[in-house]
Design a protein around this ligand. Sequence first.
Ligand code: PLP
Length: 537
Amino acid sequence: MTNAQASLAHLYRVFTKPEGQDSKLAQIEQHLSDNLADFLSRHVVASPRSLEDIEQDFSESLLPEQPQFVSEHAQQLLDKLVAHSVNTYSPRFIGHMTSALPYFHLTLSKLLVGLNQNLVKIETSKAFTPLERQVLGMIHRLIFNHEPDFYQQFLHNAGHSLGSFCSGGTIANITALWVARNRLLKARGTFRGISQDGLLVGMQEYGYNSLSVITSRRGHYSLGKAVDVLGLGRNSLIALPCPDQTLDPALVLKEGIAIQAQGGKVLAITAIAGTTETGHIDPLDELADVAEELGCHLHVDAAWGGATLFSRRHGKLLKGIARADSVTLDAHKQMYVPMGAGMVLFKDPDAGNQVRHHAQYILRHGSKDLGATSLEGSRNGMAMMLYASLHILGRSGYELLIDQSLEKAQRFADMIEKHGNFQLTTAPVLCLLTYRLVPQVVQDKLQANPDLAASINPLLDELTVAIQKHQRESGHSFVSRTRLEIQAYPQQAINVFRVVLANPLTSDEDLAEILAEQNRLAETLPQYQQVILACGR
Ligand SMILES: *Cc1c(COP(=O)(O)O)cnc(C)c1O
């Protein structure tokens, strides 16, 4: 047979154990189990092929009519897709929260796909549902640390939930604010609650002319999506200025009082434990006081920073987190679990009932179907990956990972400060920092005459962008960039490099080389000459 033909026999074979002709798949499996990084090591960080050229490889809009042999197709995937994927495993890929994974996840993911359990309902996920509930309980305890009998009572309780597993921080944040919204506009009298009667009736019933969510300018963009889908509108997200990168409790209180004096209601304060851009942690304890004073929900977005709680030394940075009403935590960030592992935890096990939903064929009253209180429907058993990781690494293993990342970030900050041509723009609180390249002569000029910043910063902004683009395109290393206000320039946002030291395999040598490369690159760029020229004037 030279061509695969669409026949029932052929189709059945695809669902059963493959035979000889799938040698390509077997080869891939062998390769993967030997070393995943090998697979991507054709390029250090990114393939030199341009995005436009790659798009050409994926430009056919007609459905493939005839079936293909698996081996033939696998080769195409290798050539078109794998060869040009980003090597997030590279120790010099330090720009984002996505990094290398422990090797065992590869084998476990095969188990996950192989079993294909659907956690929306017990009927398709016996064993996986109790496992997920246990994982939620462990993370709940890490955050809220209730008494053991609390967990005995609620871990597997059909009428309650300690939280919800979901695809990531975005869905977790939406779920948290969904619960907060429904709890605020709950049923009373003839009003059957917002989930029945809708937002408009709910607002009239309670007499509010607006609902607001207060956060800082470092709040994650998913909060904007959340207020949008919840029907509140993006203008209802109040992002307060934060030149020192953290939400100021006094400012929140002032803003909240002003909103409520005008007939509005603060739905929630969303504090951030580990901002996506700089890694800062809002003063959670003080914000909990403010939430009490305003009578609103306190949500803590700890999607990235929550894993710091594993560290006895650094976990204290999140002091007050146990006072939150809800907490978002992504296991696919600093818990080194494959993507698709987000969680929202609720202090009150009754909170999830605000969004409980029933159907006739599943999610029946009294069932333990997780789908009754989750935003998502069909969902895989990703909780198993976290369950395995928690056991294989243990709390103490995670503690080591967190501690060494933080120490490395501190060492990198020192390297940046000692190097004459770089400026640390935000110091690391966790393992995330920002900096930019400012030639020594320019630094001296700015020091002598701070007023120059207004005209020099825009030129430095262009230089930062140019360096970051060239470094990414050259494919040896990757840092990301963002734009933010810092304490030195509270009124003037500046462009900065952003580094997340997530990969435990990143060495000090890698970091020194990344700086050296940026320094070499800069001198070849016209933007560099422009900054120098502007300072000579
Ligand atoms: C990553 C992140 C999110 C969003 O999480 P996803 O998993 O990408 O949906 C939300 N908040 C913070 C602080 C984050 O770092």
